[in-house]
Design a protein around this ligand. Structure first.
Ligand SMILES: N[C@@H](CCC[C@H](N)C(=O)O)C(=O)O
Length: 258
């Protein structure tokens, strides 16, 4: 069987995109997704995303982590999928799509994709860290030695020690300016540091605001893969109109013989 694939990246978080509107992809084949995402034996990616038909919106997003399992929302993946949908002619300048956490809207602004995230009602603040769900679960922790930190080692310790099997993504943060934070993320399902995480930086922006480390509702996030911006409205019920903004680019496309 021949499989047409596309490779995208959003601030270095990279994804294999497959147009599955014909529903021919073996969706329960964990080993196949693992192999495609493998950086030595496959195409190589942090995750794989299927674009499928949806009755009520422009398309449906089905997300897999590099470990081959379907998972919760991926913010950078969502932005890349919108760029992919435009590339293959499913949308033009804006999109409305269904993901595992519900409806998302997106639009292009110059060379960036702005993705609306689900509202967040609860930020749990503990001594030294916060925990919240921005479509995916996130631990957010300020740290002094961000540059030298072994994110894989410390992230996997917290991911398994504190949050058990289902786990959480782990974000380490350093304040750079009032409206700018540096972030490094350990992603569950990749089980390593990735160059950026969209739901992760969203969680960081909200947690930093919630804890009083910024008064801005437009926050810049510097990741190892580049700059993202998170915009939101805060009210007594939590956070709404949350937007994740950044570049999403096609890297290459090809055909695999399976
Ligand atoms: N890279 C993502 C997050 C993907 C999901 C995550 N690994 C999980 O399983 O929770 C993003 O950009 O949000």
């Amino acid at each position: 069987m021949k499989l047409q694939f596309y490779k995208y990246q959003g601030t270095g978080n990279d994804f294999i995109m497959i147009d599955n509107r014909d529903m021919l992809f073996s969706k329960n084949d964990t080993k196949l997704v693992q192999r495609l995402c493998d950086r030595k034996f496959g195409i190589g990616a942090d995750g794989l995303i299927l674009l499928e038909n949806d009755d009520d919106t422009d398309f449906k997003m089905v997300y897999y982590n590099a470990d081959g399992n379907q998972s919760t929302m991926c913010g950078n993946g969502g932005r890349c999928l919108v760029a992919f949908a435009k590339e293959i002619g499913v949308i033009s300048d804006r999109a409305e799509f269904m993901a595992v956490d519900g409806l998302h809207r997106a639009e292009f602004q110059n060379d960036e994709v702005v993705l609306e995230m689900q509202p967040v009602d609860l930020v749990e603040n503990f001594e030294g860290y916060s925990y919240l769900d921005t479509g995916s679960p996130h631990h957010v922790q300020l740290i002094d030695n961000l540059e030298s930190l072994d994110v894989k080692q410390e992230g996997s310790r917290l991911r398994y020690g504190k949050y058990g099997k289902a786990g959480s993504n782990i974000n380490f943060v350093k304040k750079l300016k009032d409206d700018l934070f540096a972030v490094r993320t350990y992603e569950r399902g990749v089980e390593d540091e990735t160059l950026s995480c969209g739901t992760g930086v969203t969680a960081v922006a909200l947690a930093m605001y919630d804890r009083g480390y910024t008064k801005n509702s437009a926050v810049g996030l510097e990741t190892p893969g580049g700059r993202l911006e998170v915009l939101f409205e805060a009210n007594d019920k939590g956070y709404k109109n949350i937007k994740l903004k950044g570049k999403a680019e096609k890297v290459f496309e090809g055909i695999l013989e399976l």
